[in-house]
Design a protein around this ligand. Structure first.
Ligand code: PLP
Length: 382
């Protein structure tokens, strides 16, 4: 007896954890900083921590009221109907629900490359196919309706990531509107705003609601998560905001009790903790500007809580940084073997990452110069 043919499926490669790296290098975990998974350097909202503590003794009950309360709070925030909010086990869970609700076997989604691996993985689980549209290092990973439409061939979902992981580029609401306008009635445009809080842009929920001068649309959905700005990655809480016509599909595709009691209570506390989100966003904005200025390599402009840097040999640089105690993301698995992604840390963490990276780049430069000199010496002088 075997599982079905999973040879097309690839395992998700998460950023490496401190424990894992420290054990491998036989070092004290407390001497490392991890800036590899775009987590919140300030930890969870203190209000959420308190709510989790308070909820601990009541986790013997299934979550019902908490789920309804959180959905109501989120609906309020985006001025949509509660049934348009699809709560899920992380943003990843919401990606699954959208695919479940959309894809017939063999139907396709269109995703950015480089891009977030889980769109494709999830579509495969749901017997879907994947097509890609390219984003290019040469024009700073610019995202435009025109370029995406060039690759578009009637896919059921077009995935946009704004801000984009791993580059930090964004797409404007008018471009998203144009894309939705020019794709067929059978296509849903989903805007993944996992890093939306960090960007200086309006949420694409404006297109669903018809806010800010846009006509209300029934072919756009938005994905959001509590993992990044709210610092709740470990609790697994995210959601999709879907068109009104889609609302009822949720009850047909969701896992019973899609988000846990702890997650819902933490989310409810965190969503009102503006102070923590503001501090988080401010730290990220300063850190990403500082990294662009101070790193001795090309760093792309980013609207997320991370930056992408062109370091030449990502595997070598990430490895050397790790040995010096700073864990960053080697972007080879994104198809960018020359780039690393560095999460914005606290001021001290970001400073250490910049100093470490610049040291590593200088050392590697010396080594290459040395190698070049050796190579030259071997050239016969005839
Ligand atoms: C982190 C992330 C998500 C969702 O993460 P969850 O922890 O599952 O909420 C979704 N999209 C992108 C691009 C991300 O980087």
């Amino acid at each position: 007896m075997q599982p079905r043919d999973l040879s097309d499926h690839v395992a998700y490669e998460a950023g490496r954890g401190i424990e894992e790296v420290a054990r491998e290098l036989d070092r004290d975990p407390s001497t490392f900083v991890k800036l590899a998974s775009n987590e919140n350097p300030h930890g969870p909202s203190p209000a959420a921590t308190e709510a989790i503590r308070e909820t601990a003794s009541s986790v013997s009950s299934y979550p019902k009221a908490a789920h309804a309360d959180l959905v109501a709070a989120i609906a309020d925030r985006w001025t949509v109907e509660p049934k348009q909010v699809w709560l899920a086990n992380g943003g990843d869970g919401a990606i699954d629900y959208l695919h479940r609700a959309t894809l017939e076997p063999g139907e396709s989604i269109l995703v950015p490359t480089p891009g977030f691996a889980y769109y494709g993985m999830s579509a495969r689980f749901h017997h879907g196919e994947i097509s890609e549209y390219p984003l290019s290092t040469d024009d700073d990973f610019a995202q435009s309706a025109e370029d995406i439409l060039e690759a578009y061939d009637g896919e059921r979902i077009v995935w946009l990531t704004s801000p984009h992981n791993p580059s930090g580029s964004t797409i404007s609401l008018s471009e998203i509107e144009r894309l939705a306008e020019e794709t067929t009635d059978e296509t849903l445009v989903v805007v993944d705003e996992a890093y939306g809080e960090f960007a200086d842009r309006e949420s694409a929920t404006a297109l669903l609601e018809g806010r800010d001068g846009f006509d209300a649309r029934d072919d756009v959905a938005v994905l959001r998560t509590f993992s990044k700005a709210y610092g709740l990655a470990g609790i697994r809480l995210g959601y999709a905001v879907v068109p009104e016509a889609w609302a009822d599909a949720y009850t047909r595709v969701n896992t019973p009790f899609a988000a846990s009691e702890l997650a819902c209570r933490a989310g409810l506390a965190a969503i009102d903790d503006d102070e923590h989100v503001d501090l988080t966003v401010e730290t990220a904005r300063e850190a990403r500007e500082y990294m662009r200025e101070a790193i001795d390599a090309h760093v792309w402009p980013s609207e997320g809580n991370f930056v992408l840097a062109d370091v030449g040999d990502a595997a070598a640089v990430a490895d050397a940084m790790q040995r010096r105690g700073v864990i960053v993301r080697d972007c080879s698995s994104f198809g960018l073997p020359e780039c690393i992604r560095i999460t914005c840390g606290t001021d001290a963490e970001t400073n250490r990452a910049v100093d470490t990276l610049n040291e590593v780049l200088a050392d590697l430069d010396l080594e290459t110069d040395g190698a070049d000199a050796d190579a030259e010496r071997e050239v016969p002088d005839t």
